[in-house]
Design a protein around this ligand. Structure first.
Ligand SMILES: Cc1cc2nc3c(=O)[nH]c(=O)nc-3n(C[C@H](O)[C@H](O)[C@H](O)COP(=O)(O)OP(=O)(O)OC[C@H]3O[C@@H](n4cnc5c(N)ncnc54)[C@H](O)[C@@H]3O)c2cc1C
Length: 517
């Protein structure tokens, strides 16, 4: 069987690309996903369905059936591997994530364009952000109201006391309130946008694939793990992707396609490229993989949002919030920074950090435009073994400086009178941790963690950027018939959680393909 398009990986991007391409009945589309699929909503496991409260955390826990349960290194001081959850189910990471729905800042996309990625500035991306969303609360030139992804905000009358206190503390010390977090002018305190309807996580399987399942030109094959891209040479001797070698039910098959679109995410896509002979030559040779195309940028430029949680215990009698509502975000510009809104504080009345069972309330302090970069490396030619991920958090002084400031700001907010009836004790960092820059750095190094926003490992870039893996139409350099379209192509990290940007990338590549580019 030969398809027009094989979409590999049914995560955020893959669900969108498969659904959009199959809108054209003349195109045959195969969607391959390593994890399971639940075509009937009534059979969707609770941990995938419910996006609020502790059940929200079960699917992403290490060892869950819907998590690849990777590990990485945050900093050398941590001594133990850091869990790196990624979704393994139709919907991918959108099926296990926190559903925060925030676009990057306009400047993020203008930065991408300034790197030579023509056509990726904010004005080019905005129509796609609008196309994908259905925002129930904000209706203006920046929002979409009829897209597949429903977006909601928690209104003030529903906030638990700790969220109300955060609002009062932050506005009380002078931060402005801009309700719409996705408005380009917004800064300060905003309502956190969420793709969740009445507690149900709206994954991209629900938002996009469900509306396409009836199409006879769309074939969905779950429980099918790609092992490598099949590459051939065209009449001029240049490499061309012709299919995918894939495991299903204990057997290995080759499926053929005119075009292969890798949507296996920022871990899976660089790994599959390298397993297929596309990547840094030294890494491929070290594992006995013949080099088809030397592409030194594969696995480099690994980006994330380093994140640390300030914790506190609440006084007896403070009402529990079983939904763990996260209604608000505080975005601000670090002192001395020329990149607006590079910092985000996110209060949560449940601990949403996977690696720690402490039931304290938290405020996550996130560095949303880190200067530091990590690296993903192939560790084996066996597709079942994960690549290594060294995040190298806090290597840059500028990153440490901004996070120290964020933690101190957070502590001062928690000491505001608005919290007088709520907080019993701030448990982390301790007064001793806060004593000096050195003690605080040591605390940061021990406690820094992932925001789960790995990206950038197959970055897009212009012809003269040797580290660019794909061009501006997301075609893999040096190989015909092959694209990468997922969080891995981001040339620089964005000042927001990465799901909406990945959706936008998927919407755009679908148009590139339909338009014949
Ligand atoms: C726990 C967690 C919480 C997060 N919270 C948020 C949030 O609140 N807001 C936000 O904006 N972002 C959040 N993110 C990040 C966001 O979900 C991701 O950036 C986004 O989903 C990435 O989309 P993707 O298509 O690149 O990859 P994914 O969605 O991860 O999709 C990759 C897909 O490919 C499949 N796959 C991988 N390898 C193979 C293979 N060899 N063969 C076949 N299939 C394969 C995987 O199973 C998966 O389905 C979170 C992520 C996680 C993990």
């Amino acid at each position: 069987m030969k398809y027009d398009h094989i979409v590999v990986g049914g995560g955020t991007a893959g669900c969108i690309v498969a659904a959009r391409l199959s809108e054209d009945p003349e195109r045959s589309v195969l969607l391959l996903e390593a994890g399971p699929d639940y075509p009937d909503f009534n059979h969707l496991p609770e941990m995938l369905k419910l996006g609020w409260g502790t059940v929200n955390l079960e699917a992403r826990a290490a060892g869950s059936p819907f998590n690849w349960s990777f590990t990485g290194i945050g900093t050398p001081e941590q001594g133990e591997p850091m869990p790196v959850p990624r979704g393994r189910v139709l919907g991918g990471s959108s099926a296990i994530n926190g559903q925060t729905f925030i676009r990057g800042a306009p400047e993020d996309y203008d930065t991408w364009e300034s790197f030579g990625n023509d056509g990726w500035g904010y004005v080019n991306c905005l129509p796609y952000f609008r196309r994908l969303e259905n925002d129930a609360d904000f209706h203006d030139d920046f929002h979409g109201t009829d897209g597949p992804v429903p977006v909601r905000h928690h209104q003030r009358e529903t906030w638990p006391p700790s969220q109300e206190a955060f609002f009062q503390a932050a506005t009380g010390i002078g931060y402005p309130f801009h309700p719409d977090v996705n408005n380009p002018e917004a800064t300060g305190v905003s309502l956190r946008a969420e793709n969740n309807i009445d507690g149900v996580r709206m994954s991209m399987a629900l938002c996009y694939v469900d509306m396409a399942r009836h199409r006879l030109n769309l074939t969905i094959r779950p429980n099918a793990q790609a092992r490598r891209i099949v590459l051939d040479r065209d009449s001029t001797g240049s490499p061309r992707a012709t299919g995918i070698e894939v495991e299903s039910g204990g057997e290995t098959f080759v499926v053929e396609g005119d075009e292969i679109i890798l949507c296996t995410g920022a871990v899976g896509s660089p790994q599959l490229l390298m397993l297929s002979g596309i990547g840094p030559a030294d890494q491929l040779r070290a594992h006995g993989i013949p080099v088809v195309v030397e592409s030194p940028g594969v696995g480099q430029n690994m980006r994330d949002h380093p994140n640390v949680s300030v914790r506190y215990m609440v006084k007896e009698g403070v009402p529990q919030d079983p939904n763990g509502m996260r209604a608000l975000r505080l975005r601000y510009t670090a002192t001395g920074s020329d990149t607006p809104n590079d910092m985000i504080l996110s209060p949560a009345s449940l601990n949403t950090v996977v690696r720690d069972d402490n039931p304290a309330h938290t405020v996550n302090c996130g560095l949303y435009l880190a200067a530091g970069k990590g690296e993903l490396r192939l560790e084996s030619a066996d597709p079942h073994l994960q690549p290594s991920m060294d995040y190298r958090y806090l290597d840059e002084d500028w990153d440490r400086q901004r996070l120290r400031e964020a933690v101190r700001l957070c502590v001062s907010l928690l000491q505001h009178t608005a919290y007088d009836d709520i907080i019993d004790e701030i448990t982390a960092p301790t007064a001793a941790d806060l004593e000096s820059n050195e003690t605080l750095d040591a605390w940061l190094r021990r406690n820094i963690s992932t925001s789960y926003h790995i990206s950038g490992t197959c970055k897009m870039g212009p012809d003269d950027d040797a580290m660019a893996v794909v061009d501006t139409q997301l075609r893999v350099r040096g190989v015909a018939g092959l694209r990468v379209a997922d969080a891995s192509i981001m040339p620089d990290v964005v000042r927001a959680n990465t799901n909406v940007t990945t959706m936008m990338i998927a919407e755009r590549v679908s148009d590139f393909i339909k338009e014949g580019n």
